[in-house]
Design a protein around this ligand. Structure first.
Ligand SMILES: *[C@@H]1O[C@H](CO)[C@@H](O)[C@H](O)[C@H]1NC(C)=O
Ligand SMILES: *[C@@H]1O[C@H](CO)[C@@H](O)[C@H](O)[C@H]1NC(C)=O
Length: 263
């Protein structure tokens, strides 16, 4: 191509390329959201220089941490675009759970139906107990070859093994406050905002209310001393939560995510 036309074309094409790039590579074809991140991240952050002894001493048994750049999941990410996952798993059944604290109801639907009809922005008026969420209950026979491409977070707690839970959830969805054993959470596409309290500080929440409703109704009434630790994780970061820490999550975008539970 001659130099002059290229110079003319480039400013016209750049915005298009940028828009296509957002859809196709940055967000994997998954819809972005407009919910706000926290004003100030209050979870400690570490980078790839964090050592295992330091992790054990400072975080493993006492506080959450967000580790950035410790693993490279670009290969796994490339397999988790909307087109790739629909192509590989569209006709497979996935098991959905309700997005409340004590979730018992399970529904099996084809993955394609979930993505095309159920994966929508959270209705702010809906109850968590009436919202279906794809996270965990994965069929490892079918999804195992994909999960083998995931590079797990680098540190284990001695005596534990990691178990994966994979999910995809819509803008504004999330799981309200609950607790369990220690583990990690990583977003592959999208952003996930976290709210955490130590085991001895039971938060104010209703177990059937969505995290979005809690953020709108309860969070603004909290005195500064009663606010949770909070932070939003982005692709390339992994959040570690210690044993029995209360946590609630909010997907700011349509998110593809995977947890590694240490048990
Ligand atoms: C997992 O998938 C395999 C292969 O499709 C199937 O035979 C099996 O019944 C599934 N397991 C569960 C628990 O759904
Ligand atoms: C939460 O919702 C479930 C399912 O609809 C219901 O059985 C349960 O009683 C509700 N819990 C509370 C505390 O309202």
């Amino acid at each position: 191509m001659a130099a002059a036309p290229r110079r003319l074309l480039l400013p016209l094409l750049l915005p298009l390329a940028w828009a296509a790039g957002c859809a196709a590579s940055l967000g994997g074809g998954w819809a972005a959201g407009a919910l706000p991140e926290e004003e100030r991240c209050t979870v400690e952050r570490a980078d790839a220089s964090l050592t295992f002894p330091r992790f054990l001493q400072r975080f493993a048994f006492s506080r959450p941490v967000i580790i950035r750049g410790a693993t490279d999941n670009s290969v796994f990410q490339a397999l988790c675009t909307k087109d790739k996952l629909l192509g590989a798993f569209g006709d497979r059944l996935v098991r959905l759970s309700t997005a409340n604290t004590y979730s018992y109801r399970k529904v099996d639907v084809p993955f394609q139906e979930y993505v095309e009809h159920l994966l929508k922005p959270q209705d702010p008026a809906a109850l968590g107990s009436d919202t279906l969420y794809f996270f965990g209950d994965n069929n490892f026979t079918e999804w195992g070859p994909l999960f083998q491409k995931y590079v797990p977070p680098p540190f284990r707690i001695p005596g534990t093994r990691g178990a994966y839970s994979f999910g995809i959830a819509g803008v504004g969805s999330g799981v309200p406050f609950h607790w369990h054993g220690p583990g990690y959470s990583e977003v592959i596409f999208g952003r996930k905002r976290w709210f955490l309290y130590p085991p001895d500080k039971t938060p104010h929440f209703h177990p059937n209310e969505t995290t979005l409703a809690w953020l709108h109704h309860t969070y603004p009434t909290l005195p500064p001393g009663e606010r949770p630790l909070e932070c939003t994780i982005h692709p390339g970061e992994v959040l570690y939560f210690p044993d029995r820490w209360w946590h609630a999550t909010l997907n700011l975008d349509t998110s593809v995510f995977i947890s590694t539970f240490l048990g």
